[in-house]
Design a protein around this ligand. Structure first.
Ligand code: NAP
Length: 496
């Protein structure tokens, strides 16, 4: 049994952000539990060709760890992973990480006032504070297609890319046309003998202004970091302005649609193909894709786009609703992630045996996406309703980590042992979030998406701007939590 003060589950950006923030405030006894053999989260897992971030790099960095030498405005996945590992190395986080420890469940022990955390490897940890930093996009969604289990070729999900897989000169199929597909398809199309892209719903696609950052500018960034901060601030405000599209501002929506339509016309000359690739829902309802090579890839002579649902899969072919059987040797499932399911089934047992999955059976919700009533000293980074469609998610994780650590520091100062959010504060926050969401394109735009469950409920997206979220997290503090004072030494504290 390993005893620690703060246990963080997940070694991706949100876990690292939480650990750095805790350290900054003098919390040294930290463990990061990571299922894999390295830190990196989504950027370690997603290794498909073309993986990159669609948020400009100077904004997709930690506020206190600017990086002057990003080579392109939109960084490649591997460069982001390197960056995260470099931050972790320079901040000495590797020694506190426990790798190959797959979290399987945690239960609150009211007597010791500690969380008991278990891993698949049979290890047990005890911690005073538990932070779930598992990210929303880690559970691949494998489609329920008739006959998929009879397929005899090579088949894998985009997040489980095998670099050994031979693509060149083979018949390849990609199912899905989301952000992952948009990045990998242009690469696969160049190598494959034939590529069939199965599109169930057409995406909205905008141009990507991804220039190389010249060496002289990188040098200037290194010499005068304020230039980087200026770039970051300008980018932040530009991204914040795009939020207008999502709250349905007619001018912004019309402008975005016009740019997207023009982008498609420039990329695809064939009117019939344009028609098939035109979305039938409002722009922004699903994640807007940024790509300059998506349409050019789809019009290549070795690429075919098959629209509509898939009828079935056989040993070496896929049959579309058009009834045509197309041969496949390599089948790539770019079918996304079960974000709502992963959140709804988090295995935490709180006060009085309350299971989080029962508490969240209707829809996951949390105070500031960071804490839930009935679950003492448990916090979430990127918990319910904190994902964004318009800006860098790292800003949300930073705002939450700052809030959580401020609460922890106040607990320390005031000799408080246990906190959980006041139910009325949690409800008021959730009512506000859902009330605002109902008026956004994510709910009214006429689409399904990974933000929503099968009943259309949305436990994923934050409906406002980052600035609004920051204001809420900054204003909130211990006054919004129920507290239990420390009565002498914590029971069982000497048993480490
Ligand atoms: P996604 O956006 O959920 O897209 C999944 C795709 O698979 C959709 O086109 C979906 O069609 C299709 N699909 C799912 N089940 C299917 C089935 N049974 N038959 C046919 N088609 C099926 O997933 P993703 O592309 O992996 O992206 C997920 C999120 O990851 C993104 O929204 C983004 O937040 C993040 N991401 C970010 C970046 C980045 O640059 N920052 C890059 C990649 C991913 P329907 O639309 O009809 O459901």
């Amino acid at each position: 049994m390993i005893r620690t003060d703060i246990l963080i589950i997940g070694g991706g950006f949100s876990g690292v952000i939480m650990a750095l923030e805790a350290r900054r405030h003098g919390f040294e006894d930290i463990v990061i539990l990571e299922k894999a053999s390295d830190l990196g989260g989504t950027w370690r897992e997603n290794a498909y060709p073309g993986v990159a971030c669609d948020i400009p790099c100077h904004l997709y960095t930690l506020a206190d760890h600017p990086k002057p030498n990003w080579r392109r405005r939109y960084a490649a996945g591997v460069d982001i992973w390197d960056y995260l590992r470099e931050v972790a190395r320079s901040e000495h986080l590797y020694p506190v990480a426990r790798f190959e420890r797959k979290f399987t469940g945690a239960a609150w022990d009211a007597e010791t006032r500690l969380w008991r955390v278990e891993t698949a490897e049979g290890k047990v940890f005890q911690s005073r504070v538990l932070v779930s930093a598992m990210g929303p996009l880690h559970q691949p969604r494998i489609p329920d297609l008739p006959g998929l289990d009879t397929f005899k070729g090579t088949c894998f999900h985009s997040a489980e890319w095998d670099p050994e897989t031979q693509i060149s000169s083979r018949d390849v199929a990609v199912i899905g046309t989301g952000a992952s597909a948009a990045q990998l398809v242009p690469h696969v199309a160049r190598d494959a003998a034939r590529l069939t892209v199965y599109q169930r719903t057409a995406p909205w696609v905008l141009p990507l202004f991804n220039g190389a950052i010249p060496r002289w500018l990188r040098r200037l960034y290194g010499r005068w970091p304020w230039l980087m901060r200026l770039d970051r601030a300008l980018t932040f405000w530009l991204q914040e302005m795009t939020h207008r599209v999502f709250r349905g501002d007619p001018t912004a929506v019309s402008l975005a649609r016009r740019i997207a339509r023009r982008h498609m016309r420039c990329g695809l000359r064939d009117p019939a193909l344009q028609k098939r690739l035109t979305p039938d829902y409002q722009i922004g309802c699903k994640r807007i894709l940024l790509s300059n090579d998506w349409y050019p890839a789809l019009k290549r002579s070795n690429v075919e786009v098959v629209t509509g649902p898939i009828k079935s899969v056989e040993a070496d072919k896929i049959i579309g609703t058009d009834g045509i059987a197309r041969p496949v040797e390599v089948l790539i499932l770019a079918t996304g992630f079960d974000a709502t399911g992963a959140l709804a089934h988090l295995p935490f047992q709180g006060r009085d045996g309350l299971k989080l999955s029962d508490h969240w059976s209707e829809r996951p919700s949390a105070y500031l996406g960071a804490a839930a009533a009935g679950f003492p000293n448990l916090f979430f980074v990127l918990g319910p309703n904190t994902a964004l469609g318009h800006n860098s998610i790292l800003l949300m994780a930073e705002a939450q980590a700052e809030h959580v650590v401020r609460v922890l520091a106040t607990m320390r100062d005031r000799q408080i042992d246990v906190v959980e959010p006041k139910p009325e504060r949690q409800k008021a926050h959730d009512d506000m979030v859902q009330g605002r969401l109902a008026k956004t394109v994510w709910q009214t735009g006429g689409c399904t998406s990974w933000y929503k469950d099968a009943d259309g409920r949305n436990p994923i997206i934050w409906p406002g701007t980052v600035r609004e979220f920051r204001r809420l997290t900054e204003q909130s503090g211990l006054q919004d939590y129920r507290t239990v004072p420390r009565l002498g030494p914590r029971p069982g504290a000497d048993a480490a």
